[in-house]
Design a protein. Structure first.
Length: 207
């Protein structure tokens, strides 16, 4: 006996989402033992560091360069932003390396792995525009030297590292939004498909 299709489009959307991502996958009460691996802990710490990056970045964006250069509190918030970025990259690289050596793309999880690699690449670009947005001697030195590299790569006309407005806009809007969307998608895919099982030393994956 066939079940009648619901008339409400919201119910149809909810049913479609539930088929792809059941609630017990999104908010599980129990997890396999291997989820306790440090590799996955590194991923969680990466997300925690990102939250600090975003929170401190919002404050810096509202207050502006003069505040983070001349104010003691501005220096403090800028330091939180800087060191949160360092932690973000340290634990993201550890997570990425761990997943590489665990062959995290196995069992139909190639897209999840690929999105993680893309997140790493976009994060590097985001950090680069952040250095250029500092408005200090370091950012000017990096910008002047990077300009030749951008011109040699053929992207200098579109990505002008000496244009503070362009770099600042990319750093606080477009690139962070892209990183956040990709990370949310990455987490949803991990929840939907679960984490990859450890490699069996006898050959093949554990059942």
């Amino acid at each position: 006996m066939e079940t009648a299709e619901p008339h409400s489009w919201t119910q149809r959307v909810r049913d479609a989402i539930d088929r792809q991502l059941p609630i017990d996958h999104l908010l599980p009460t129990r997890q396999p033992y291997y989820v306790g691996s440090w590799v996955y802990v590194f991923g969680v710490v990466t997300i925690a560091a990102l939250l600090w990056v975003v929170a401190s970045g919002v404050v810096l964006a509202f207050m502006g360069p003069q505040w983070w250069h001349d104010s003691g509190l501005g220096h403090f918030v800028n330091s939180i932003h800087f060191w949160s970025v360092q932690l973000f990259f340290i634990f993201m690289v550890l997570h990425l390396w761990g997943q590489y050596f665990m062959a995290g793309w196995r069992h139909g999880r190639a897209a999840t792995w690929a999105i993680g690699v893309v997140i790493f690449g976009v994060s590097i670009l985001t950090a680069f525009t952040g250095y250029l947005s500092q408005q200090n001697f370091d950012s000017q030195f990096i910008g002047v030297n990077a300009k030749d590299a951008m011109n040699a790569g053929g992207v200098g006309a579109f990505f002008n590292v000496l244009n503070f407005g362009q770099m600042y806009g990319l750093h606080i809007m477009l690139l962070p939004i892209g990183v956040t969307i990709l990370i949310v998608l990455h987490i949803v895919m991990v929840r939907a498909r679960g984490v990859v099982k450890p490699i069996d030393p006898e050959g093949g994956a554990r059942s």
